[in-house]
Design a protein around this ligand. Structure first.
Ligand SMILES: Nc1ncnc2c1ncn2[C@@H]1O[C@H](COP(=O)(O)OP(=O)(O)OP(=O)(O)O)[C@@H](O)[C@H]1O
Ligand SMILES: [Mg+2]
Length: 672
């Protein structure tokens, strides 16, 4: 028996993520230059012009979209090591771009949770040592070793940048290269570290690096950072002042978005699957081409899709059905993670994944369709979908599909297809009649007519599908105008990132006095302590403790950032506090970590309290996601009592956003 797997030749190279340092030695012989990568290369190379100041770049793209592979190819090209790789040599037309072919010394750094300057200098050291022959050790190598390895010398940003400039001068002066190419892969990891240690001010090294790069003139110091999201996403939990500084630093790096157009992604997928076309039955190839044309006509590949190129690729995508690629890209862009990306999906043995599917006999000509992808998404992303359910309706989607009779295969396939489209809720990927007909019709198994009848039955008799017409498509719930994702995003924009968390939570914190229980049990004396919370700058005077009837006082400073926490600790250790044994100071972790929860709670709060509820616009909190309502003291108010929290569908009125007491006044808190 021939299985589907037998017509595929797995390109193992696509199976794992690229690691810059590890994979550089292997070259980039398998790298496929797409028009998008060619255009990106050209933009970068223009920055090497002797008059150009655009020498610091950041490339932002989703997980697993080929950023590191691109960086690898870039390193080969700009270090002039691509002699044996004609396809890479042809990728950039240096003459046309008016730039001589450079020979930069590649400095490859993969992000980790450590200070960025140290990691960069260590990579420079490694690289320069690689060039060394006999003779006395160059001074720059000794200096680099002193700061990057032995860490005996404290490293300031200025010292680090000076060393980099000295290393560039050394490399150029000794003919090792025409400049330095620093590639910072996974730059986000460095930013995460910097966000955890804002006191270290690591991002200022990046600023210095970008400035030195811009000034590097004829001996380029060329910097390219790769990351999954904008700088600001990593700075969300920092104070507003620090966020502004990060924004400024980000602005020194020219941004390039690494989003391949769909047809180029399809070409890469075809290359990765590497179908043995000679073994693929002709009728399967023809069916793929026909369905590809129909899918392009639906607009799923975008308005500028090249029909000829995509139709030629269709059969080479087998067993992926043509409707699957646009949805797959969207799915991974939204829910993808490290090592869980589009390319890893192609080769992983996860349940309901492609390899699992490929065990089927080829003679039936099965296609991996959207309903298969629904099963994969449910089994693989399950918990992520639940956590994000307030935006994606996942709980509702899953319960409709799972409660449907499993033996009704055709109808179930339709339902799962609609479910997946509803989950993604993308305006250009709608579950309309023609889309479902292409996605589900399976010659010999489910005819177009059967699909039509099933749709009618699911809608008019079983009432599990609701048709919103050509502009909305089918949906698993009846209400028509709620777009939670959109409402959520609008609310996020209107509310912004909460800056001082303490002002949001202060009135909801528990202030009942605390009894010293052990003391009572051991001595029989009942002593109680007042509890008071205050932002660092408003810490109550110790004298206040004299004025209460309590035996003592517990002060909880509400620290927004690590810097504030350090100040609070210093306050706790100060002599006036120490000399008052009845005053205790409890210093919690910085509140910055709660920013996401407070933002969510504010959004939901604005919706509920404006009373502007839409029929059926319900926001469900999954079991593991009750932190936001709990944080705001809501359990009794809404979340547990009603089981779900209604969400307003428009953007919240900024005026009602945050006059804490007025807002809370509507819902007095009853304490146990
Ligand atoms: N243009 C391409 N030519 C050849 N292989 C590619 C290309 N683009 C991506 N790949 C392959 O796809 C896989 C994922 O690529 P890569 O590791 O570069 O992505 P990434 O965006 O850096 O991922 P991550 O977000 O996990 O760091 C790799 O196996 C890589 O070989
Ligand atoms: Mg990568």
């Amino acid at each position: 028996m021939t299985r589907v797997a037998d017509v595929l030749q797995t390109r193992t190279r696509f199976m794992r993520s690229i690691h810059l340092e590890r994979d550089f030695a292997n070259g980039a012989q398998d790298y496929i230059v797409t028009p998008h990568t060619r255009a990106t290369l050209a933009r970068l190379v223009q920055g090497l012009g002797s008059q150009s100041h655009q020498r610091a770049w950041r490339i932002t793209g989703d997980y697993g979209t080929g950023k590191s592979s691109f960086a690898l190819a870039l390193a080969q090209i700009l270090s002039n090591r691509d002699h044996h790789l004609p396809h890479l040599q042809r990728a950039v037309d240096f003459r046309q771009l008016g730039t001589p072919r450079p020979q930069l010394v590649p400095i490859l750094v993969t992000g980790s949770r450590e200070p960025i300057a140290i990691a960069v200098l260590r990579a420079v050291l490694r690289s320069l040592e690689g060039y060394r022959t006999r003779g006395p050790e160059p001074r720059i190598i000794g200096k680099l070793r002193a700061v990057a390895i032995s860490s005996g010398t404290p490293l300031t940003d200025t010292v680090a940048i000076d060393l980099l400039q000295e290393a560039t001068a050394y490399a150029c002066g000794t003919g090792k290269g025409t400049g330095l190419l620093i590639i910072l892969d996974e730059l986000g990891k460095f930013l995460e570290f910097a966000a955890l240690h804002p006191d270290r001010q690591d991002v200022f090294f990046l600023q210095g690096l970008a400035e030195a790069a811009a000034r590097s003139g004829k001996t380029p110091l060329f910097v390219v950072g790769l990351l999954h999201q904008g700088f600001n996403a990593y700075a969300e939990q920092l104070s507003q002042v620090v966020q502004k500084e990060w924004e400024k630093v980000a602005g020194r790096f020219e941004e390039l978005l690494f989003n391949q157009p769909l047809e180029q992604t399809a070409a890469l997928v075809a290359h990765a699957l590497d179908v043995r076309m000679g073994r693929l039955p002709r009728d399967i190839g023809k069916k793929a081409e026909r369905d590809m044309v129909a899918t392009i006509q639906l607009g799923w590949y975008g308005p500028a899709a090249t029909q000829r190129m995509l139709t030629e690729t269709a059969a080479r995508l087998y067993p992926l059905h043509p409707t699957v690629i646009p949805v797959l890209v969207r799915l991974f862009s939204r829910f993808g993670q490290n090592e869980r990306s589009l390319f890893s999906f192609l080769f992983s043995d996860e349940p309901f994944g492609l390899q699992d599917f490929c065990a089927q006999p080829l003679e039936d000509g099965p296609f991996y369709r959207l309903h298969n992808l629904y099963d994969y998404a449910r089994s693989t992303f399950g918990s992520r979908l639940t956590v994000q359910s307030y935006r994606s309706h996942w709980n509702q989607i899953e319960s409709v599909v799972e409660s449907f009779p499993q033996e009704d295969t055709g109808q179930l396939q339709i339902l799962k297809t609609v479910a997946l489209m509803n989950l993604l809720d993308a305006p250009n990927l709608l579950a309309t009649d023609p889309a479902l007909s292409i996605a589900v019709t399976d010659e010999g198994r489910l005819s177009t007519r059967q699909v039509r009848d099933a749709l009618r039955n699911l809608g008019q008799e079983k009432h599990v599908l609701y048709n919103r017409g050509a502009s909305g498509g089918y949906c698993l719930w009846p209400h028509t105008s709620v777009n939670l994702e959109k409402a959520y995003q609008e609310a996020c924009r209107a509310i912004g990132t909460p800056q001082r968390i303490s002002s949001f939570i202060q009135e909801d914190l528990e202030t009942r006095p605390l009894v010293a229980r052990r003391h009572y049990i051991e001595t029989g004396n009942l002593r109680h302590f007042d509890v008071c919370y205050a932002p660092l700058n408003d810490l109550p005077s110790l004298e206040d403790a004299n004025e209460t009837l309590a035996d003592g006082r517990i002060i909880v400073p509400l620290c927004e950032t690590e810097e504030e926490r350090q100040k609070a600790l210093a306050f706790a250790r100060s002599t006036p506090v120490k000399s008052r044994p009845e005053v205790l100071v409890a210093v919690p972790k910085p509140l910055g970590a709660l920013v996401g929860l407070v933002q969510e709670a504010t959004i939901v709060g604005a919706g509920t309290e404006n009373g502007d509820l839409h029929d059926g616009a319900w926001l469900e909190f999954p079991a593991d996601h009750t932190a936001a309502p709990a944080l705001m003291g809501w359990p009794r108010r809404y979340a547990y009592r009603r089981g779900r929290v209604p969400l307003r569908t428009g953007s919240p009125d900024p005026a009602s956003r945050r006059s804490g007491s007025a807002r809370r006044g509507a819902h007095p808190r009853s304490r146990p």
